[in-house]
Design a protein around this ligand. Structure first.
Ligand code: ADP
Ligand code: MG
Length: 687
């Protein structure tokens, strides 16, 4: 049996009301329950004697009730219930707050298990709000074992979920069939599925838990990568892509660019050209650090597309970026006869219609816009190329949807998110990857400093000097996460502080997430025109903005951002001929945060930063909460499980080589993959 899809109401104690609560967690079937993995564990398997207890540690104890419970009130009017317990070596008080149930729960002399943290209060040892269970319970799911902790929802306790999972395990009774044939399990050292499912929930030992986790993570990676292979096949199998022309004009166009291509740009465009000329559909990712010059590479691809008689789309994640691409491309294409239009929100219906009609009739060669606008039903006469910029915000599924739209257009994805190669295998596994690993010449290093808020006064004077020389500055506001309203308030306050306290005679502008696209564009335009000298902003400037005269990037509360985000922000400066500076302000006492910020001052290489990020995160606690899983993974954490990722990649290759999927022992795996893959296909064709 694969994971059974019988309703969880088959479990004793789960009726319609409870089932509703489980549904909130997405759990409808026995199989769902089995695959609802714990977020962490506590080892409560060892029993400690009272005389061996030390304050401030957690223990499980096996004790007898010494007498009746006492109820009282604390100063803050909570009911406090105190119960004295003992074993052969000593006695101890257990206390609970506002728990009316405890008082009558136990008889004098009864044997119970307690688990909790021990505190010393005066001379006495006290266990506060311990978990409890009668020792007469033969198979405890809560105590006397390595105990699982699950993500909860209101109305369901750890005990409820443990009980349900335990019952589900009893129901399947080790009868799950393994997706992985024995041959494969042996080759890659993978534990058997029943062992794994049982031990991931109720580990018999830490070693067994590690074995179980290893296999289940491996399986998640394996399934995802197989899925990507399938997507890749759908995207290209049996479909003929466009063969774009080899054109001489492109050479001339390149020669007339305002700068000479870096060799990395030239190489990447070469790779793109090859794809475009071939009859296979291009699915290529261009990864390049901020400022490495991806836009011009996109322009070259569009040029080639249009000169072959096709139309192209360029999509950006925000209107600001779409606007910027419009300017850059208009400039680059000015003597080429290429007709290019920008679709944006806030256009009149008439303007919009003109562009839609033009695209449909084939009078417009290139349409630029945000993802949302373009997906909203632009029709083309002869669409040949779809470029998406800063695509890291969009997932695998969206890519499949997109390519299903046109008539097999070539796809090019640009991203500035440096991901270590190992990881890009997963995140972009269905794409071929090109990397622009070289900066345009003449770039000055961005000098990065990490200061505490005590040095602000000096910092402001330093910035003033630059402004007086004609440069401009970005200030990133302190981060407010509680609500949009508060965020807005704090952004306004901060910009007023900057203006009134430090920069009275300078012009300060504000950019925040709640502004309409038009307002944002207007502010950006004024900044570009140097009307605004200081742009105070929330992180909306994060992606892609290019204003070479801005040479200061000041980030408040820098410890609140991840390294990748800091790197993105810093990438807004250092884009022109003048020396640029990035100042990270933080008073953090957190050692990890401190290390991150220090590291940021040492390198500007996005790939190195990503690797380091991986290392910093990878040293996290083994049994702690999962934090960095990609959506879609239940257990796997790409940052922690890189080794398994690589291994699973090998296994995927092994299975797909020589058509192993057709062998009888792979029948089950093939069936499951086909089924999942069909789901993706359905989504694609429905849209
Ligand atoms: P990103 O890769 O971050 O999108 P852009 O395409 O915005 O980078 O390019 C950043 C800046 O570098 C732009 O001002 C662009 O004109 C300039 N640039 C791009 N390629 C070259 C080159 N080969 N030589 C000099 N400047 C370049
Ligand atoms: Mg860009």
């Amino acid at each position: 049996m694969y994971y059974p899809d019988d309703s969880i109401q088959n479990i004793k104690g789960i009726g319609p009301a409870k089932a509703k609560l489980f549904q909130k967690l997405g759990l409808r079937t026995i199989g769902d329950l089995l695959q609802y993995f714990p977020r962490g564990y506590k080892d409560k398997s060892e029993i400690t004697r009272i005389k061996d207890l030390r304050p401030d540690e957690s223990y499980t104890i096996r004790v007898r009730i010494s007498g009746k419970a006492h109820e009282g009130r604390t100063k803050s009017r909570l009911i406090i219930t105190k119960l004295t317990v003992h074993d052969d070596t000593g006695k101890l008080n257990a206390v609970w707050f506002n728990n009316r149930f405890i008082k009558n729960a136990f008889e004098k002399g009864e044997e119970v298990l307690l688990h909790g943290k021990v505190k010393r209060i005066g001379k006495d040892l006290v266990m506060e709000t311990p978990e409890y269970e009668k020792a007469s319970v033969t198979e405890s799911v809560n105590l006397m074992r390595i105990t699982p902790y699950y993500p909860l929802t209101e109305g369901l306790s750890q005990k409820d979920i443990r009980k349900a999972v335990y019952a589900a395990l009893k129901l399947v009774n080790e009868k799950l069939t393994d997706v992985f044939p024995e041959e494969l399990r042996r080759k890659y050292g993978l534990a058997e599925i029943n062992f794994c499912i049982s031990n991931i929930h109720f580990p018999e030992s830490m070693d067994k838990l590690a074995l179980a986790r290893r296999r289940l993570v491996f399986e998640e990676f394996f399934m995802l990568q197989s899925g990507l292979i399938h997507i890749k096949k759908v995207n290209s199998f049996g479909k003929k892509g466009i063969c774009f022309k080899k054109t001489g004009e492109i050479k001339e166009f390149i020669e007339n660019l305002p700068f000479k291509l870096t060799s990395a740009q030239a190489r990447v465009f070469e790779e793109i050209s090859k794809d475009m000329e071939s009859s296979d559909i291009m699915n290529r990712l261009v990864q390049g650090d901020v400022g490495s010059g991806k836009t011009v590479v996109a322009a070259l691809a569009l040029f080639k597309c249009v000169k072959s008689g096709y139309q192209g789309i360029m999509m950006a994640p925000t209107e600001i970026l779409a606007e910027q691409h419009m300017m850059t491309l208009t400039n680059l294409f000015k003597d080429t006869g290429i007709v290019i239009e920008l679709l944006k929100g806030g256009m009149t219906g008439k303007e919009k219609q003109r562009i839609l009609d033009g695209a449909k009739a084939g009078n417009i060669d290139v349409v630029i816009g945000t993802h949302a606008i373009i997906q909203d039903g632009v029709g083309f006469n002869k669409l040949g190329l779809v470029i998406t910029d800063e695509q890291h915000r969009f997932g695998v599924r969206q890519r499949a949807l997109l390519s299903a739209k046109g008539d097999n257009p070539d796809m090019l994805v640009m991203t500035a998110t440096p991901i270590p190669r190992t990881l890009s295998l997963i995140v972009y596994g269905d794409l071929d990857v090109s990397i622009i690993d070289e900066m345009p010449p003449g770039r000055k290093k961005v000098e990065t400093y990490f200061i505490d808020s005590g040095k602000k006064e000096r910092l402001m004077n330093f910035v003033k000097k630059g402004l007086d020389e004609g440069r401009q500055a970005y200030f990133v506001c302190p981060l407010v996460e509680e609500s949009e309203k508060l965020e807005l308030k704090s952004a306004i306050e901060y910009s007023e502080l900057i203006k009134n306290k430090y920069f009275r005679s300078y012009s300060v502008g504000l950019l925040h997430g709640r502004m309409k696209a038009e307002q944002k564009n207007e502010v950006m335009q004024r900044f570009r025109d140097k009307e605004i000298q200081i742009l105070v902003s929330t992180t909306v400037i994060e992606v892609g903005v290019n204003i070479p005269n801005a040479t200061y990037m000041i980030i408040e509360d820098a410890d609140r951002y991840g390294m990748a985000q800091l790197h993105q922000l810093r990438g807004r400066v250092g884009r022109g001929e003048h020396q640029s500076y990035c100042i990270l302000i933080s008073d953090t006492k957190n050692e990890a945060a401190y290390k991150r910020l220090k590291y940021m001052t040492k390198t500007e290489n996005g790939f190195e930063i990503a690797e380091k990020d991986l290392e910093f995160r990878g040293s996290g606690e083994i049994l702690g909460q999962r934090q960095h899983g990609l959506p879609g993974f239940k257990l796997a954490d790409i940052f922690r499980d890189v080794k398994l990722l690589k291994l699973s990649k090998k296994a995927v290759e092994y299975v797909y080589e020589n058509n192993r999927l057709m062998k009888p022992e792979y029948k089950r795996m093939k069936k499951i993959l086909d089924c999942r893959f069909q789901k993706i296909l359905d989504e694609v064709t429905l849209n």
